[in-house]
Design a protein around this ligand. Sequence first.
Ligand SMILES: [Zn+2]
Length: 101
Amino acid sequence: MIIKKNDNVIISSGKDKGKKGKVVKSIPTKGSVIVEGANLLKKRQRAKKAGQKGQTVSIAMPIKASAVMLFCGHCAKGVRAGFNKIADKKVRVCKKCNKEI
Ligand SMILES: [Zn+2]
């Protein structure tokens, strides 16, 4: 999978389209990623102890890796990425500017 943990991505489809965030987890077996602040699911959490109040927490749910684009700092936008061989090393590059991302 081309997207890894800690990558900066932009959501390219769905309800969070256009949102930028950081990948907190990549799930290659499912072809999904979890992006910080994207695809949030609000969940009510019950009080753990008597006397405590339950609270609503937002949990980022996985989204399809195909629905996110890598953010290229050189192009300053979401781009498609590919692999290129630079000095015999396989590196991930932006398909627009050909720079490593
Ligand atoms: Zn670029």
